[in-house]
Design a protein around this ligand. Structure first.
Ligand code: C5P
Length: 399
């Protein structure tokens, strides 16, 4: 299943908040993802930004006024409402939220929303006190009760100078929310998928660790792909520099043993486990409580003991298990023996010496091996698309 944003019709409502400059980036990223974007602006939004800005990015007319005789869309403003696969209001001011909660249709945006049957996402952006106001909170609760998705707001520094809740979510989170909304009826709806990601860290002393080069990108991409076809998703994540993806539970761990404990818990009611983490095979047998001093000696012996094989030890009956094999030689043979040895349904083997594949990059090239002996070499693709290909196979194994 491809990115749900590709070839989708998105109506983007922009209202009069200073955060509306961020909507330009959202419109741009949506267009790049292959969505057809209809921007509808309120009169106050037009005081912050010219409609031409959005028109230049989306290559489409921008609607500002239902009664504008110059606008072809104004003649049939219901057209946008009807063709939309999803409507997102970002940023949504307290005023527009109030109007939506009470069913007003006094401008192009509220009219479009009243006329649409597509799912509605509202991303509030306002001063913290306006957000906290009982009137705003009740209006948001009303929208939520009606099935509207309220995305954010985030906490942080606000344009007013206050620090609090009221920041518009960042573009990647809004895109994640749209993808999750568009994919909510997908083939993993009602299923729980657990993904492990990142490289575990094994402490030597309070300052030093044994780590590896895993960026976590492969695991996070699989998790997002599962979210975008309807799954409830948890990531058990060793340290990464990646932001928490929208709509996904992230359980943070550091060591292999912590990851093992968290995965056992998360997998108890899960349908599938995709084990993309680079788990340290060894850990120091003792962790020093104090920082080990350099001292006079030229060498330092650290004794290592073996970590448990986590995925081999998770044996819930209905759980579909997918592993990864990062290999630098004998790719297929090594992956095959791991597939069997660890009791997996599927393993994705990648040659970490190949360019554009493996640690840190956004692409990967894998060979998928299944327990029935099937083998498929996939071309170089984005890690999200590798995730989609893996999940296509997982769906076939689900009980
Ligand atoms: O044995 P190797 O580390 O190559 O196996 C790779 C697969 O096994 C990966 O899916 C990895 O996350 C998982 N693994 C594990 N526990 C370990 C080591 C690896 O679950 N201790």
């Amino acid at each position: 299943m491809p990115d749900p944003l590709a070839n989708s019709n998105i109506a983007l409502g922009v209202t009069g908040s200073i955060a509306c400059y961020k909507a330009v980036d959202l419109a741009s990223k949506l267009t790049q993802a292959g969505a057809l974007v209809d921007v509808v602006m309120t009169a106050d939004a037009c005081k912050f930004l010219a409609p031409l800005t959005f028109r230049s990015i989306t290559h489409r007319p921008v609607v500002t006024n239902v009664f504008d005789p110059q606008s072809e869309l104004s003649i049939d403003h219901v057209a946008i409402a009807e063709r939309a696969d999803a409507v997102i209001v970002a940023p949504a001011t307290a005023n527009t939220i109030a109007k939506l909660a009470h069913g007003f249709a006094d401008d192009a945006l509220t009219t479009t929303i009243l006329a649409t049957q597509a799912p509605l996402i509202v991303a509030p952006a306002m001063d913290a006190h306006m957000y906290d106001n009982v009137a705003t909170q009740r209006n948001i609760a009303t929208l939520r009760e009606r099935g509207c998705v309220i995305a954010g707001p985030a906490s942080g520094r606000l344009a007013s100078g206050l620090v609090g809740k009221g920041r518009l979510l960042e573009t990647p989170e809004l895109l994640g929310c749209l993808r999750q909304t568009l994919g909510s009826d997908g083939d993993l709806a009602g299923r729980k998928v657990v993904v492990s990601a990142g490289g575990t860290q094994e402490p030597i002393d309070p300052v030093r660790v044994i780590a590896n080069h895993s960026s976590g990108k492969m695991g996070y991409a699989v998790a997002e792909a599962a979210r975008d076809r309807g799954a409830e998703v948890s990531i058990v994540s060793a340290p990464t520099a990646l932001p928490d993806p929208f709509g996904i539970k992230v359980v943070s761990v550091r060591t292999a043993l912590q990851m093992q404990g968290a995965l056992h818990k998360e997998c108890a009611n899960a349908d599938a486990l995709v084990m993309a983490a680079a788990v340290a095979d060894w850990r120091p047998s003792d962790m020093s409580d104090q920082k080990v001093k350099k001292g006079a000696a030229d060498t330092w012996q650290i004794e290592l003991i073996k970590n448990p094989d986590i995925i081999a030890g998770i044996t819930f009956e209905r759980l579909v298990k997918v592993g990864f094999a990062a290999e630098s030689e004998d790719l297929v043979a090594n992956a095959e023996s791991k597939l069997l040895g660890k009791g997996l349904h599927l393993i994705a083997a990648n040659d970490i010496t190949a360019e554009d594949s493996g640690f840190g990059v956004d692409t990967n090239k894998v060979v998928l091996l299944d327990r029935e002996g099937g083998q498929e070499a996939l071309p170089l693709m984005s890690k999200y698309d590798v995730g989609c290909a893996i999940l296509d196979r997982v769906v076939g194994y689900l009980y």
